[in-house]
Ligand binder design. Sequence first.
Ligand SMILES: N[C@@H](CCC(=O)N[C@@H](CS)C(=O)NCC(=O)O)C(=O)O
Length: 231
Amino acid sequence: MLYTLFFNPDSANLVIRFALEELGLAYEDRLVAGRRTGRDAAFHQMNPTGLLPVLIDRGTGQPIAETAAILLYLTDRHGALGTGIEDPAGRGNYLRRLFHLSNTVHAHLRLGFYSDRVSDSPTTSESVTKWSAQETLAGVAIYEDLLADGRPWILGGAVSVCDYYLGACIRWAQLYAPNRPVLDRADLDRFPRVVAMLDRLQERPAALRAAAKEGLTGPLFLSPTAMKTPA
Ligand SMILES: N[C@@H](CCC(=O)N[C@@H](CS)C(=O)NCC(=O)O)C(=O)O
Protein backbone atom coordinates (compact mmCIF):
# COMPACT_ATOMS: atom_id res chain seq x y z
CA MET A 1 0.00 0.00 0.00
CA LEU A 2 1.63 3.26 -1.09
CA TYR A 3 -0.84 5.84 0.12
CA THR A 4 -3.71 6.55 2.52
CA LEU A 5 -6.37 8.94 1.24
CA PHE A 6 -8.59 10.69 3.79
CA PHE A 7 -11.94 11.35 2.19
CA ASN A 8 -15.57 12.29 2.42
CA PRO A 9 -17.64 11.24 -0.61
CA ASP A 10 -17.72 13.79 -3.43
CA SER A 11 -15.42 16.24 -1.64
CA ALA A 12 -12.12 17.56 -3.02
CA ASN A 13 -10.56 14.12 -2.38
CA LEU A 14 -12.44 12.99 -5.51
CA VAL A 15 -9.80 14.65 -7.71
CA ILE A 16 -7.03 12.81 -5.88
CA ARG A 17 -8.86 9.54 -6.22
CA PHE A 18 -9.16 10.05 -10.00
CA ALA A 19 -5.37 10.49 -10.11
CA LEU A 20 -4.67 7.45 -7.91
CA GLU A 21 -6.96 5.30 -10.04
CA GLU A 22 -5.47 6.56 -13.34
CA LEU A 23 -1.97 5.89 -12.01
CA GLY A 24 -3.04 2.41 -10.89
CA LEU A 25 -1.52 2.90 -7.43
CA ALA A 26 -2.24 0.82 -4.35
CA TYR A 27 -3.94 2.92 -1.69
CA GLU A 28 -6.38 2.63 1.17
CA ASP A 29 -8.97 5.21 2.07
CA ARG A 30 -10.28 6.48 5.40
CA LEU A 31 -13.62 8.18 5.78
CA VAL A 32 -13.61 11.55 7.58
CA ALA A 33 -17.11 12.62 8.55
CA GLY A 34 -18.61 16.06 8.89
CA ARG A 35 -17.35 19.58 8.43
CA ARG A 36 -13.95 20.86 9.41
CA THR A 37 -15.04 22.10 12.83
CA GLY A 38 -16.29 18.61 13.71
CA ARG A 39 -13.11 16.78 12.70
CA ASP A 40 -11.07 15.22 15.45
CA ALA A 41 -7.79 16.41 16.97
CA ALA A 42 -5.75 13.77 15.16
CA PHE A 43 -7.06 15.02 11.82
CA HIS A 44 -6.35 18.66 12.75
CA GLN A 45 -2.84 17.68 13.74
CA MET A 46 -2.29 16.23 10.27
CA ASN A 47 -3.88 19.22 8.56
CA PRO A 48 -4.49 22.31 10.70
CA THR A 49 -6.88 23.78 8.09
CA GLY A 50 -9.21 20.87 8.94
CA LEU A 51 -9.91 20.42 5.22
CA LEU A 52 -9.97 17.41 2.93
CA PRO A 53 -8.16 16.00 1.09
CA VAL A 54 -5.15 14.67 2.95
CA LEU A 55 -2.91 12.01 1.44
CA ILE A 56 -0.32 10.16 3.49
CA ASP A 57 2.68 8.81 1.64
CA ARG A 58 3.18 5.59 3.58
CA GLY A 59 6.81 5.44 2.52
CA THR A 60 7.70 8.67 4.33
CA GLY A 61 4.71 8.82 6.69
CA GLN A 62 4.22 12.44 5.64
CA PRO A 63 0.70 13.85 5.31
CA ILE A 64 0.22 16.09 2.27
CA ALA A 65 -2.69 18.52 2.11
CA GLU A 66 -4.02 20.91 -0.55
CA THR A 67 -5.45 19.41 -3.72
CA ALA A 68 -2.95 20.97 -6.13
CA ALA A 69 0.02 20.10 -3.92
CA ILE A 70 -1.07 16.45 -3.75
CA LEU A 71 -1.62 16.32 -7.51
CA LEU A 72 1.79 17.83 -8.17
CA TYR A 73 3.37 15.41 -5.70
CA LEU A 74 1.78 12.43 -7.46
CA THR A 75 2.66 13.56 -10.98
CA ASP A 76 6.26 14.31 -9.97
CA ARG A 77 6.68 11.08 -8.09
CA HIS A 78 5.06 8.79 -10.66
CA GLY A 79 5.98 10.66 -13.85
CA ALA A 80 2.52 10.53 -15.42
CA LEU A 81 -0.71 12.56 -15.66
CA GLY A 82 1.22 15.84 -15.90
CA THR A 83 1.95 15.96 -19.63
CA GLY A 84 5.26 17.73 -20.31
CA ILE A 85 6.49 17.95 -16.70
CA GLU A 86 9.85 16.57 -17.74
CA ASP A 87 10.92 19.68 -19.66
CA PRO A 88 10.91 23.29 -18.46
CA ALA A 89 8.38 24.63 -20.99
CA GLY A 90 5.99 21.74 -20.46
CA ARG A 91 6.35 21.96 -16.69
CA GLY A 92 5.67 25.69 -16.81
CA ASN A 93 2.51 25.08 -18.80
CA TYR A 94 1.41 22.29 -16.44
CA LEU A 95 1.98 24.41 -13.33
CA ARG A 96 0.14 27.33 -14.88
CA ARG A 97 -2.97 25.24 -15.55
CA LEU A 98 -2.84 23.37 -12.25
CA PHE A 99 -2.54 26.53 -10.19
CA HIS A 100 -5.23 28.31 -12.19
CA LEU A 101 -7.58 25.42 -11.46
CA SER A 102 -6.65 25.45 -7.80
CA ASN A 103 -6.41 29.06 -6.81
CA THR A 104 -8.84 30.58 -9.32
CA VAL A 105 -11.47 28.06 -10.49
CA HIS A 106 -11.70 25.95 -7.30
CA ALA A 107 -11.26 28.98 -5.03
CA HIS A 108 -14.08 30.92 -6.73
CA LEU A 109 -16.27 27.87 -6.66
CA ARG A 110 -15.69 27.39 -2.92
CA LEU A 111 -17.13 30.84 -2.31
CA GLY A 112 -20.31 29.68 -4.05
CA PHE A 113 -20.46 26.49 -1.96
CA TYR A 114 -19.91 28.36 1.25
CA SER A 115 -21.85 31.52 0.32
CA ASP A 116 -23.92 31.14 3.49
CA ARG A 117 -20.74 31.15 5.61
CA VAL A 118 -19.42 34.37 4.08
CA SER A 119 -22.77 36.20 3.98
CA ASP A 120 -24.91 37.77 6.66
CA SER A 121 -28.19 37.59 4.73
CA PRO A 122 -29.84 35.46 2.00
CA THR A 123 -29.52 38.42 -0.40
CA THR A 124 -25.78 38.67 0.13
CA SER A 125 -25.46 34.91 -0.13
CA GLU A 126 -27.27 34.99 -3.49
CA SER A 127 -24.90 37.73 -4.73
CA VAL A 128 -21.89 35.66 -3.68
CA THR A 129 -23.28 32.66 -5.60
CA LYS A 130 -23.78 34.83 -8.69
CA TRP A 131 -20.26 36.19 -8.46
CA SER A 132 -18.90 32.67 -7.96
CA ALA A 133 -20.80 31.55 -11.11
CA GLN A 134 -19.44 34.44 -13.16
CA GLU A 135 -15.86 33.80 -12.10
CA THR A 136 -16.14 30.02 -12.51
CA LEU A 137 -17.53 30.46 -16.03
CA ALA A 138 -14.67 32.82 -16.87
CA GLY A 139 -12.33 29.98 -15.85
CA VAL A 140 -14.17 27.40 -17.96
CA ALA A 141 -14.01 29.78 -20.95
CA ILE A 142 -10.21 29.66 -20.79
CA TYR A 143 -10.27 25.87 -21.28
CA GLU A 144 -12.82 26.17 -24.08
CA ASP A 145 -10.38 28.46 -25.90
CA LEU A 146 -7.44 26.19 -25.18
CA LEU A 147 -9.23 23.20 -26.76
CA ALA A 148 -9.90 25.20 -29.95
CA ASP A 149 -6.66 23.95 -31.55
CA GLY A 150 -8.09 20.42 -31.61
CA ARG A 151 -6.16 19.00 -28.65
CA PRO A 152 -8.20 16.31 -26.87
CA TRP A 153 -7.12 17.26 -23.34
CA ILE A 154 -6.07 20.42 -21.49
CA LEU A 155 -2.34 19.69 -21.65
CA GLY A 156 -2.41 18.23 -25.17
CA GLY A 157 -2.53 14.64 -26.35
CA ALA A 158 -2.79 12.80 -23.02
CA VAL A 159 -5.20 13.00 -20.13
CA SER A 160 -3.80 14.78 -17.05
CA VAL A 161 -4.78 15.72 -13.53
CA CYS A 162 -5.87 19.11 -14.95
CA ASP A 163 -8.71 17.48 -16.90
CA TYR A 164 -9.92 15.74 -13.77
CA TYR A 165 -9.59 18.86 -11.64
CA LEU A 166 -11.67 20.88 -14.11
CA GLY A 167 -14.20 18.04 -14.40
CA ALA A 168 -14.62 17.80 -10.63
CA CYS A 169 -15.07 21.57 -10.28
CA ILE A 170 -17.71 21.51 -13.02
CA ARG A 171 -19.43 18.57 -11.30
CA TRP A 172 -19.57 20.32 -7.93
CA ALA A 173 -20.66 23.60 -9.54
CA GLN A 174 -23.80 21.85 -10.82
CA LEU A 175 -24.57 20.29 -7.44
CA TYR A 176 -23.51 22.10 -4.34
CA ALA A 177 -24.41 25.58 -3.15
CA PRO A 178 -26.90 26.67 -0.52
CA ASN A 179 -29.23 28.73 -2.76
CA ARG A 180 -29.00 27.22 -6.21
CA PRO A 181 -26.34 25.48 -8.29
CA VAL A 182 -23.43 27.72 -9.21
CA LEU A 183 -23.72 26.44 -12.81
CA ASP A 184 -26.33 24.48 -14.71
CA ARG A 185 -26.21 22.47 -17.90
CA ALA A 186 -27.39 25.44 -20.00
CA ASP A 187 -24.36 27.42 -18.77
CA LEU A 188 -22.08 24.54 -19.73
CA ASP A 189 -23.57 24.09 -23.17
CA ARG A 190 -21.93 27.42 -24.06
CA PHE A 191 -18.65 25.46 -23.95
CA PRO A 192 -19.08 22.57 -26.41
CA ARG A 193 -15.40 21.60 -26.50
CA VAL A 194 -15.24 21.35 -22.71
CA VAL A 195 -18.49 19.37 -22.73
CA ALA A 196 -17.09 16.93 -25.34
CA MET A 197 -13.92 16.51 -23.29
CA LEU A 198 -15.88 15.82 -20.10
CA ASP A 199 -18.06 13.36 -21.95
CA ARG A 200 -14.94 11.35 -22.81
CA LEU A 201 -13.44 11.79 -19.36
CA GLN A 202 -16.48 10.45 -17.53
CA GLU A 203 -16.31 7.20 -19.52
CA ARG A 204 -12.71 6.40 -18.59
CA PRO A 205 -12.38 3.20 -16.55
CA ALA A 206 -10.34 5.03 -13.88
CA ALA A 207 -13.05 7.69 -13.52
CA LEU A 208 -15.71 5.00 -13.15
CA ARG A 209 -13.65 3.11 -10.55
CA ALA A 210 -13.12 6.32 -8.55
CA ALA A 211 -16.85 7.12 -8.73
CA ALA A 212 -17.76 3.66 -7.48
CA LYS A 213 -15.34 3.97 -4.54
CA GLU A 214 -16.90 7.32 -3.57
CA GLY A 215 -20.41 5.87 -3.92
CA LEU A 216 -21.31 8.14 -6.85
CA THR A 217 -23.76 7.01 -9.50
CA GLY A 218 -24.90 8.60 -12.76
CA PRO A 219 -22.89 10.84 -15.05
CA LEU A 220 -19.86 12.25 -13.27
CA PHE A 221 -19.40 15.60 -14.93
CA LEU A 222 -22.36 16.42 -17.16
CA SER A 223 -25.76 16.78 -15.44
CA PRO A 224 -24.54 14.83 -12.40
CA THR A 225 -26.66 13.65 -9.49
CA ALA A 226 -25.96 14.84 -5.94
CA MET A 227 -25.24 11.95 -3.61
CA LYS A 228 -25.16 13.84 -0.33
CA THR A 229 -24.60 17.13 1.33
CA PRO A 230 -20.85 17.53 0.82
CA ALA A 231 -18.45 18.35 3.64
N1 LIG B 1 -7.66 24.70 -0.53
C1 LIG B 1 -8.14 23.36 -0.24
C2 LIG B 1 -9.66 23.38 -0.22
C3 LIG B 1 -10.22 22.02 0.12
C4 LIG B 1 -11.69 22.07 0.52
O1 LIG B 1 -12.43 23.00 0.22
N2 LIG B 1 -12.12 20.98 1.20
C5 LIG B 1 -13.51 20.87 1.61
C6 LIG B 1 -14.15 19.64 0.96
S1 LIG B 1 -14.50 19.94 -0.74
C7 LIG B 1 -13.63 20.65 3.10
O2 LIG B 1 -12.87 19.89 3.70
N3 LIG B 1 -14.63 21.33 3.67
C8 LIG B 1 -15.01 21.18 5.04
C9 LIG B 1 -15.43 22.48 5.65
O3 LIG B 1 -15.11 23.57 5.11
O4 LIG B 1 -16.11 22.43 6.69
C10 LIG B 1 -7.63 22.37 -1.29
O5 LIG B 1 -7.41 22.77 -2.43
O6 LIG B 1 -7.45 21.20 -0.94
